[in-house]
Ligand binder design. Structure first.
Ligand code: NAD
Length: 328
């Protein structure tokens, strides 16, 4: 039984805490959040609640730490946990600053630390099946990967202003998926758009983007992002290869479909947002982390994968500003 402290009791921390509590192989030892009352909201899940993450990290009754606090706290908490000899599952992105993320990676490697990054989409059963079947050779050699990732509604500009921008905050998931499918990427071209909220343009960010990544293998990935989507959380992926194609389509709460005088086989609206769409993925991500800690197996996605995704985000930002292809 792995004793886990969950750090951060916000949107994602609540999901991780619930998954730890429900896991047959893990025990929710602590939930920590510096905002008084925040961790208490999760006290029904069991475990101790605290204000200071460092107290939980240092505690002898904690084997592993799940970091779900805001991005600027990740590096400090990763290093504290590794120093205390604890395994870590940390939310994306590692940091907003690539140099700082790389320093963190070097320090963790020097200390022999074990850190997994929460790129939950790798664990989505449909995406994972597409990846596994592609790897098995069923559709031949990958030539073109298309990732469509659109949020239902844009966050407030106040959030965007401190988020690191669309590439580090939103596209980061897609960069990891592209890297997961394509392997090493050698060039990035990106175009940013402002089509959703003028306030996002005012804080200097794009609210939609298209990114083209070319891999060493010759395969090319296209990522299509938008901060707003009228029909819900649009999450699709297509792998086109020499002998066929694999698709991950949008998901709906149920598979009911209606046909009327004006509609044929119309499905319900696609799932609302990440909490619903990736509920299974978060659970399976946690299970993979617990298994890797218990068995001493590789941590995947690794901290290095987290740094790679951030490097791709920085390259996309540079390309969107310069209009040039950025070579990695
Ligand atoms: N993988 C995903 O799908 C996904 C989804 C949402 C958020 N995230 C990531 O998770 C992180 C948190 O995002 P969120 O949306 O849950 O934010 P949130 O604001 O809802 O929650 C963050 C919580 O962390 C607490 N906190 C602040 N400093 C802390 C510290 N030093 N120690 C412990 N807790 C601290 C805050 O009080 C807050 O309750 C971000 O890095 C974000 O990028 C990932």
């Amino acid at each position: 039984m792995l004793n886990i402290a969950v750090v951060g009791a916000g949107r994602i921390g609540a999901i991780h805490a619930a998954n730890v509590a429900a896991s047959p192989d893990a025990n929710l030892a602590w939930v920590c959040d510096p905002v008084p009352g925040a961790a208490d909201k999760l006290s029904h899940l069991g475990g101790r609640v605290g204000l200071d993450a460092r107290q939980a990290i240092a505690s002898d009754d904690v084997d592993a730490v799940v970091i779900g606090s805001p991005t600027p706290t990740h590096v400090e908490l990763i290093l504290a946990a590794v120093e205390a000899g604890k395994a870590v599952l940390c939310e994306k992105p590692v940091d907003l600053d690539l140099a700082r993320a790389r320093q963190c990676q070097a320090a963790v490697e020097a200390a022999g630390g074990r850190v997994m990054i929460g790129f939950n989409r790798r664990f989505d059963p449909t995406f994972a099946e597409v990846h596994a079947r592609l790897q098995s050779g069923e559709i031949g050699q990958l030539e073109q990967l298309t990732i469509v990732s659109r949020d239902p509604a844009a966050p407030p500009a106040s959030y965007v202003a401190v988020s690191g921008g669309i590439f580090r905050d939103m596209t980061i998931h897609d960069f990891d998926m592209a890297h997961f499918f394509l392997g090493e990427v050698e060039s990035v071209q990106a175009v940013g758009q402002n089509v959703v909220d003028p306030a996002i343009a005012e804080v200097g960010d794009s609210d939609a983007a298209v990114v083209v990544l070319k891999a060493k293998s010759g395969a090319v990935a296209t990522i299509i992002n938008n901060r707003r989507c009228a029909y819900g959380y649009d999450q699709r992926l297509e792998a086109f290869a020499s002998a066929g194609m694999l698709e991950a389509r949008n998901q709906h709460a149920t598979s009911a479909a209606v046909s009327t005088a004006t509609l044929s086989g119309a499905a319900n609206r696609v799932q609302d947002f990440f909490l619903q769409r990736y509920a299974d993925a978060y659970r399976l991500e946690l299970a993979a982390f617990v298994k890797a800690v218990a068995e001493g197996g590789p941590f995947s996605p690794s901290l290095a994968d987290g740094v790679t995704a951030l490097a791709l985000a920085d390259a996309a930002l540079e390309s969107s500003k310069s209009g040039q292809t950025v070579l990695l």
